[in-house]
Write a protein that binds this ligand. Structure first.
Ligand SMILES: [Zn+2]
Length: 213
């Protein structure tokens, strides 16, 4: 495993999501442009053809956007918590957060929605921060299972809530456009902790909120 892959692995398996670093040996933009030219030629086209001349630049810019989650810090996003909840002790939930991610096996997009809920125990967090955490983790190379788990851990650590529930419902382009070519199939992943794990009634309420139009 080279140093870059190793660093990525550390990022993905780190339980302390706040403690992460960017790879020190990140290739240059020039090297990235050259790599795209190589892939175009490997696909069977001519990278010097007029219509493709600007493609490496566009692809590299797109990568910059799709994968800017490596520069984000979910721990920092959730570091500001509020304790004045005036006795509120029920579910806080953010529904239908857009998920735009890429599978780590084919770098193909998977697109869907995330549902994030927690039952606070003294601390709450700005609700938009939950969406930001989903975005940061999504904009890395992922599996849907890992993504689901990482969001759950990121919410759990700073808030220490009574429970966390995460659901992601997404369509995987590497399944619809290649291999088995399964259309209109979505993958659902869930992760429950604390009261959501042990209180089946609460878990059902969460799933009902997820499916409500
Ligand atoms: Zn894939």
């Amino acid at each position: 495993m080279d140093a870059l892959a190793k660093t990525r692995k550390q990022i993905n398996t780190s339980s302390r999501v706040a403690e992460r670093t960017l790879p020190v040996d990140r290739p240059s933009r020039e090297q990235a442009l050259e790599a795209v030219r190589t892939l175009i030629a490997w696909a069977g086209d001519d990278p010097d053809r007029e219509g493709l001349l600007d493609t490496p630049r566009r692809v590299v810019d797109a990568y910059g956007e799709w994968f800017d989650g490596y520069e984000g810090d979910p721990g920092k996003e959730l570091s500001r918590t509020f304790e004045d909840v005036q006795g509120y002790d029920d579910v806080v939930m953010l529904r239908g957060i857009e998920v735009e991610s890429h599978c780590e096996h084919h770098m193909a997009p998977f697109l869907g929605k995330a549902y994030v809920a927690y039952v606070p125990d003294e601390k709450v967090v700005g609700i938009s921060k939950l969406a930001r955490v989903v975005e940061i983790f999504s904009r890395r190379l992922q599996t849907q299972e890992t993504l689901t788990q990482q969001i759950a851990t990121a919410v759990q650590e700073p808030l220490e809530p009574k429970g966390v529930a995460i659901m992601i419902d997404a369509e995987d382009r590497c399944m619809t456009t290649r291999g088995v070519h399964l259309r209109h199939v979505s993958t659902v992943t869930t992760q429950f902790s604390g009261v959501f794990k042990h209180d089946i009634g609460l878990q059902e309420r969460f799933l009902n909120f997820c499916s409500r139009k």
